[in-house]
Write a protein that binds this ligand. Structure first.
Ligand code: PMP
Length: 443
């Protein structure tokens, strides 16, 4: 397999020569929160298979739900036809989502869910007769996916700059990241100047702005940058005041990651649109959803002469197998009281992270629920990063593999995002491995 993989497969984001020349690890099985390679070695899945897995691998109830659905119908189009799991799931998503979100538009992955939201917001204002509202506000350092639309609202130089000539231009506002704040000279007196900047932009340009897209609480792919408490609620207040649609991208934060079902709940925010994917099927099958308000849906209703419908839809949208997995996922959340069980796990992680924070090169340790980013610094006091080419973050993650933990870095931020099903003991063990790996690589 390894040879075939090297010869034929183009892996995302990993063309660095040292990576390509390294032996490729091949996963052939999984059980619970462990991945098993072709040599039979077991590894903790410390990034939940790219932040998607919730209840562990081979979860009996999800396996069974998919098999049962296979015995009925594997796929049919959503263009003019309904299927049972997709309808049931939409009802249940609306029931758990923040109040006001009443319609579910399905797509296939996080990128398409955001792409849908952008196009929908744009078209919405055309229908409302406010045709000048064509721009989007996005955060610097944002990551909303890899399609051309989502890269346009992205703000990560490393991934996004190369595509610039292809993209539309949003109004980027400073990321609300306290550790990297360049608006306040004194971190202790934050004053949320990032909000002030937004208010200025909105006051001046709101007639041109269709929507604002934001990752709530945590800018994940930027390296788990975390916004100050109150930021999201403030954004909601301002976008409402200036008649700008708020698109909250919960692709990474949704389904319990932050300690609540959705990050919006931490600040009682009801957005105009919410995007979901990753954990929606418990990490089993690709599926995404863009939830919207009734007012947005109604603006697209018309007769043939109006040509008002939303012109977007993919072949595998609302796939019954994926929706069956998603229904099983939600059922496990209810029956196993998953959210209620998180507080102890989050506290156990916090205790271990406090120790990690004392390491000589642990510049900033960020935690939001079971989302963790440990930013390594060559000089912690002066916040001086390591030279990029030293790939310190990547080396720490490779070191962790030796001790049986799979994690991935984002630059020199070590990311830890375990399945919610991890026990307190397993979380402690994984963080002990991270502690040791950082120490061994950096000291
Ligand atoms: N939005 C956010 C906040 C994400 O973290 C990601 C993926 N990391 C995406 C969108 C894109 O999702 P996908 O990779 O499934 O297209």
């Amino acid at each position: 397999t390894e040879m075939k993989d090297k010869q034929f497969v183009w892996h995302p984001f990993t063309q660095m020569k040292d990576w390509v020349s390294r032996p490729q690890m091949v996963i052939s099985a999984a059980q619970g929160i462990k991945l098993i390679d072709t040599d039979g070695n077991e590894f903790y899945d410390g990034v939940s298979s790219l932040w998607v897995n919730i209840h562990g691998h081979r979860k009996a109830e999800i396996d069974q739900a998919i098999v049962e659905q296979l015995g009925k119908v594997a796929h049919t189009t959503m263009l003019g036809l309904a299927n049972i799991p997709a309808s049931q799931l939409a009802e249940q998503l609306v029931a758990v989502a923040p109040p006001g979100l009443t319609k579910v538009f399905y797509s296939d992955d996080g990128s398409t869910a955001v792409e849908v939201a952008l196009k929908m917001a744009f078209q919405y204002w055309q229908h409302k007769g406010k045709t000048g509202k064509q721009k989007f506000i996005a955060l610097e350092q944002a990551y909303h996916g890899d399609t051309v639309g989502t890269v346009s609202v992205g703000g990560i130089d490393l991934f996004h700059r190369v595509f610039k000539p292809l993209l539309f231009t949003p109004v980027h506002i400073p990321a609300p990241s306290c550790y990297h704040c360049r608006l306040s000279s004194d971190q202790a007196v934050c004053g949320m100047q990032c909000v002030t900047v937004l208010e200025q932009v909105l006051a001046e340009h709101h007639e041109e702005i269709a929507g604002m897209v934001i990752e709530p609480l945590v800018q994940a792919a930027a390296g788990m940058l975390m916004s100050p408490p109150g930021y999201l609620a403030k954004i909601r207040e301002l976008t409402r005041k200036y008649d700008v649609l708020l698109i909250v991208d919960e692709v990474a934060t949704g389904f319990g990651r932050t300690g609540k079902m959705f990050a919006c709940e931490h600040e009682q925010v009801s957005p105009d649109m919410m995007t979901l994917s990753k954990g929606i099927t418990g990490g089993y099958l690709p599926l995404a959803a863009t939830l919207t308000t009734q007012a947005i849906y109604d603006a697209f209703l018309g007769d043939y002469a109006d040509k008002k419908t939303f012109y977007h839809g993919h072949s595998y949208t609302g796939n019954p197998l994926a929706c069956a997995a998603a229904l099983a996922n939600l059922k496990i959340f209810r029956e196993e009281r998953v959210i209620e069980g998180l507080a102890a796990k989050i506290a156990a992680a916090a205790a271990k992270l406090e120790q990690i924070g004392k390491l000589a090169h642990a510049g900033d340790v960020r935690q939001c629920g079971l989302i963790v980013g440990i930013e390594l610094m060559q000089d912690k006091d002066r916040k001086a990063p390591y030279p990029w080419e030293q790939a310190v973050g990547a080396r720490v993650c490779l070191q962790a593999r030796k001790y049986g933990l799979i994690i991935r870095p984002i630059g020199d931020v070590v990311i830890f995002m375990p399945p919610l099903a991890s026990t307190v003991k397993e979380i402690e063990e994984m963080l002990d491995i991270i502690h040791r790996s950082i120490q061994e690589v950096t000291e």
